[in-house]
Design a protein around this ligand. Structure first.
Ligand SMILES: *Cc1c(COP(=O)(O)O)cnc(C)c1O
Length: 387
């Protein structure tokens, strides 16, 4: 069994992929070709925002969003420690300081109450939120919050935005895993000042290489993103008005994404069905916590993740599945505040107990649109076994 089946998907659309790639080879505009702009227009419409700015990866999308927001040295950016490294890495890349806040134990997304507590600590004369022990960066100014839609489930944007407004923070949506998801009838990618997604092959909408996209309704931000994407360009490529990056999306990747986007809405339905099947098959299983999707939320099921009773229970269960040829993956085994790369921030084990506990017990089952009922029954039977 495969964790993510990209082969079956390719068989469905191979002709269209071949046709789209051949068109690029024929016109030869490998950089910023017409497919790049066609994809941007289609995805902006799909998400329901005014501007889509494609780029080279989800990481670049986040980096560009921070650069466009003017975040830099001396600024604090709130985010979750239970995410992929890139979410906080980009904060350090622009010279700002990540300030972690813990997650909700049921959705695994940023806890709005923890955000409020951390943001208010800056305005009190304590000066710093709890656990940010290294103050060698000097006085920090809270500037932004990056919320992550983990496993495909949007974060609580209405609550987060209310807090952000109170403390003057820009809100960035890390929608790398949630492209296609919904929150109160609005699409992921439209839920913050700027949203960033990834087209890494394993994401719900994946290319055959790296790619990413920023979404925004703000004209000024969109123009900044377009400039930053191409070395801070002004009126043309050789007029440079600010420091930027080489962050363009390849035309060939855009062509592949256009072919994949044709079947994306249908694939989302299949993902939803597969997730519902897992939840039904595992409903009686007392040893694991199933994913919780609250009312008004629709996950795109980038992952179907379970919380085992303990780290030992997780290992025993994963080994039983592995012995039967069923792959599982741990997203994420080490919370970001405990990563060596952030060692100089001075965080310690115990600072974010919910994130640490989830990191010790979480694991993800095979998830893709082409799972068969027989495969899912086999997985569920093995998860259900007494340990
Ligand atoms: C995948 C991912 C990223 C980074 O995207 P890339 O395209 O791999 O650079 C950022 N944040 C989250 C939550 C991700 O899952």
């Amino acid at each position: 069994m495969q964790f993510i089946d990209l082969k079956t998907q390719q068989q469905r659309i191979r002709e269209e992929i071949d046709r789209r790639m051949a068109a690029v080879l024929d016109h030869g505009h490998y950089i910023m070709g017409p497919e790049v702009f066609e994809l941007e227009a289609k995805l902006a419409q799909y998400v329901g925002v005014k501007h889509a700015v494609s780029c080279a990866s989800g990481t670049d999308a986040l980096l560009m969003a921070l650069m466009a927001a003017g975040v830099g040295p001396g600024d604090a950016v709130f985010t979750t420690p239970f995410s992929f490294f890139a979410t906080a890495e980009v904060v350090s890349m622009v010279g700002a300081t990540p300030v972690f806040v813990d997650i909700d134990p049921q959705t695994y997304n940023l806890d709005p109450e923890a955000l409020e507590a951390a943001a208010s600590a800056f305005s009190g004369r304590s000066g710093y939120p709890p656990f940010l022990r290294d103050q060698s960066h000097g006085e920090l100014t809270p500037k932004a919050v990056i919320a992550v839609d983990l496993f495909g489930l949007p974060a609580e944007y209405d609550r987060i935005k209310r807090i952000a407004q109170k403390y003057g923070l820009a809100v960035i949506e890390d929608a790398a895993q949630s492209f296609g998801a919904l929150y109160r009838g609005r699409k992921a990618g439209s839920l913050a000042d700027v949203a960033c997604t990834s087209f890494y092959p394993a994401k719900p909408l994946g290319a055959y290489g790296d790619g990413g996209m920023c979404f925004t309704n703000d004209d000024v931000t969109a123009n900044l993103l377009k400039s930053i994407r191409i070395h801070g360009m002004g009126c043309d490529q050789y007029d440079n008005v600010r420091i930027g990056i080489n962050g363009r999306l390849d035309t060939l990747q855009a062509a592949i994404l256009l072919a994949k986007f044709d079947i994306f809405p249908a694939e989302i339905k299949m993902r939803g069905k597969a997730a519902a099947t897992y939840s039904r098959l595992l409903a009686g299983c007392s040893g694991v916590q199933l994913p919780l999707v609250k009312r008004e939320f629709e996950s795109v099921w980038a992952q179907y993740s379970l919380l085992a009773e303990s780290q030992t229970h997780r290992e025993v269960t994963r080994q039983r599945l592995s012995a039967a040829g069923i792959p599982t993956v741990i997203y994420y085994p080490k919370p970001l505040h405990l990563q060596a790369a952030f060692g100089d921030l001075g965080y310690r084990a115990g600072d974010f107990p919910v994130s640490e506990d989830c990191a010790a017990r979480i694991f993800s089952l095979p998830m893709h649109p082409y799972l068969s009922l027989a495969e899912q029954e086999k997985v569920a039977d093995l998860v259900n076994c007494e340990t």
